[in-house]
Write a protein that binds this ligand. Structure first.
Ligand SMILES: NC(=O)C1=CN([C@@H]2O[C@H](COP(=O)(O)OP(=O)(O)OC[C@H]3O[C@@H](n4cnc5c(N)ncnc54)[C@H](O)[C@@H]3O)[C@@H](O)[C@H]2O)C=CC1
Ligand SMILES: O=C(O)[C@@H]1CCC=N1
Length: 292
């Protein structure tokens, strides 16, 4: 079941059918929800739960027609949201995932596919907290789903059928690329694409700071850095785009870019990025051990 099979959005971009419950609608689950809405899934097909009234109001204002239940108003919010749902997406912090599984267990229907987006919480840990035989899918998404360019790693649990795996993929497929990987590779997926948007934003921050150091006004430097990273991202988003070839097209022989890249290489930038990704993967393993 866990084969390495990249699936382009165009290959399976049918919008999710059935009702989807987003349990814990913070940054990640909101990005998935926004991606689904943009891909054509009606807000009326979704329910989101949050901890507090203030956040519920925010989401209701932003997504008219979405049902939002707040736990501080109704302690049964999560159980009510999963009743009758075809998919329940667990989007709380890793430390809260198994408690959430236990709390919704009595309300879950046998065919509801539980999808976790949490880093580090293993399929075994979640299956132990769910009713026996509950279909479960563990994923590692990223926030660019909200602009239709997400990248998601996905791995099936012990009791999930091909059809249920497709149902889980459909939660993301209209808003990004889904790849199936063995569970033991999900921490690596997290280190590349889960945390990856932060690396790209960090690059933009560093470019803006460099511009200021070189004499640009801060606002001008920020605009230039932001637009450049965004524009480069759009060029990469073209199907078949090769980052090395795109880089080469900017790099005139003996020109300014060549000098900059040589300075990056001399400073060991590729190794620095590899060290960051390794640290992210190691933190995921550490978290898995902490959470049991
Ligand atoms: N932020 C990201 O880019 C990514 C996050 N993830 C995973 O997504 C999960 C959530 O992360 P974020 O969205 O960043 O965190 P977040 O803190 O923005 O969202 C979590 C939300 O869950 C709510 N919540 C907590 N307990 C609840 C409960 N019992 N009932 C209802 N709502 C509850 C919180 O109030 C909060 O709004 C984590 O497990 C993380 O590992 C995975 C990939 C990327
Ligand atoms: O930082 C984190 O732990 C989560 C998982 C990947 C991105 N954000």
């Amino acid at each position: 079941m866990n084969e390495t099979l990249p699936t382009a959005p165009s290959a399976d971009s049918s919008p999710a059918s059935g009702r989807i419950a987003f349990l814990g609608c913070g940054s990640m689950n909101e990005a998935i929800l926004a991606g689904l809405l943009a891909a054509g899934t009606p807000a009326a097909n979704m329910t989101a739960t949050v901890r507090r009234t203030e956040r519920a109001g925010e989401l209701r204002g932003r997504y008219p027609g979405l049902t939002v239940l707040a736990e501080n108003e109704d302690p049964e919010a999560n159980s009510k949201a999963v009743a009758g749902a075809s998919v329940a997406v667990l989007g709380v912090k890793p430390a809260g995932i198994t408690a959430l599984c236990r709390s919704i267990a009595p309300a879950l229907e046998a065919q509801t596919v539980v999808v976790s987006v949490a880093a580090a919480v293993t399929i075994a840990a979640m299956e132990a907290a769910l009713p026996a035989g509950q279909p479960l899918v563990r994923t590692m998404p990223n926030t660019p789903l909200q602009v239709g360019r997400g990248a998601v790693g996905l791995s099936g649990g012990s009791h999930v059928s091909e059809v249920q795996l497709k149902e889980a993929s459909a939660v993301f497929a209209g808003a990004g690329t889904v790849v199936m990987v063995p569970e033991e590779q999900l921490d690596a997926v997290g280190a590349v694409s889960g945390s990856g948007p932060a690396y790209a934003f960090y690059l933009a921050e560093a470019m803006a700071a460099a511009g200021v150091e070189l004499g640009l006004e801060p606002a001008v430097a920020m605009t230039l850095a932001r637009e450049t990273v965004a524009g480069a991202g759009l060029m990469l988003a073209v199907e078949g785009a090769d980052p090395a070839a795109l880089r080469k097209a900017v790099t005139s022989p003996n020109g300014t870019t060549e000098r900059a890249i040589a300075a990056f290489d001399a400073a060991g930038l590729p190794a620095i990025i590899a060290a960051g990704a390794r640290a992210a993967k190691e933190r995921a393993a550490e978290l898995s051990r902490e959470l049991g």
